[in-house]
Design a protein around this ligand. Structure first.
Ligand code: HEM
Length: 213
């Protein structure tokens, strides 16, 4: 069977990485809130019982366990997206015309998602932003975890408190993304089915720029 007939919208490795990432992110967010509660950054903002680990040290253990899954799985996802051309194919190009049309539909509360094989401009931007936020979380996390070994990194991020702030803001971006992402996925359940089963089969990938015909 030619490769083009076997290609699915969400190939198995992508689905495994996506769901592992979802679990790891939730562990990281909830345990992060437990750690944050012990030394708040924004006075009055306290996550209370919404946490993993009943006290800071226990939350920290969850955070350290989750970080390995998140970082290793994230590296595989980045490598896979770059090497297979998935990022280029699914997230690019982002055109102004597409952005305008998507914004118009969104403001009219028109949820157009009948073609699962194409992300709209807002989806593309949100996915790129959340991938960058994930990278920022790992980098700022390293600066907070090992501020002596990664002293240059910590300094670049504005010392320990600056790195903490970057880590907090990255978390806020990811949580904001997650709320919209899960809500939209629930509103269009066929996208969740596709992320579980692979979704429709796709035609052969577009040729890489400069590749021989
Ligand atoms: C736990 C709840 C989650 C659910 C139910 C969910 C669901 C989905 C679904 C249905 C898609 C396919 C969208 C489509 O075809 O239109 C998708 C794609 C995606 N999701 Fe999630 N997701 C979850 C968590 C996350 C988290 C925590 C992140 C990252 C922080 C994330 C990042 C992404 C990205 C980057 C894609 C695009 C993947 C690609 O095409 O390479 N998701 N998600």
């Amino acid at each position: 069977m030619p490769t083009s007939r076997r290609r699915r919208l969400h190939p198995l490795p992508l689905r495994i990485m996506h769901w592992l990432n979802a679990v790891a992110m939730i562990v990281m967010i909830l345990s992060g809130w437990g750690i944050y509660n012990d030394a708040v950054i924004i006075g009055g903002l306290h996550f209370g019982p919404l946490r993993l680990g009943s006290w800071a040290a226990e939350s920290l253990l969850w955070h350290f366990a989750g970080m390995w899954f998140l970082a290793v799985n994230g590296l595989f996802y980045l490598g896979y997206g770059l090497l297979t051309g998935r990022f280029r194919e699914r997230f690019l190009p982002i055109t102004l015309a597409d952005l305008r049309a998507t914004l118009r539909d969104t403001l009219r509360l028109k949820l157009v998602h009948d073609d699962l094989t194409r992300y709209n401009a807002i989806q593309k931007i949100l996915y790129i932003v959340v991938i960058l936020a994930g990278i920022a979380q790992v980098v700022s996390g390293l600066a907070i975890w090992k501020p002596v070994q990664f002293s240059t990194l910590t300094w670049l991020l504005g010392e320990f408190q600056g790195a903490r702030l970057v880590h907090f803001l990255g978390m806020a971006v990811i949580v904001g993304f997650l709320v919209v992402h899960v809500l939209l996925a629930l509103l269009v359940p066929s996208t969740i089915r596709a992320m579980l089963t692979g979704g429709p089969r796709l035609p052969a990938p577009p040729p890489r720029p400069g590749a021989a015909p």
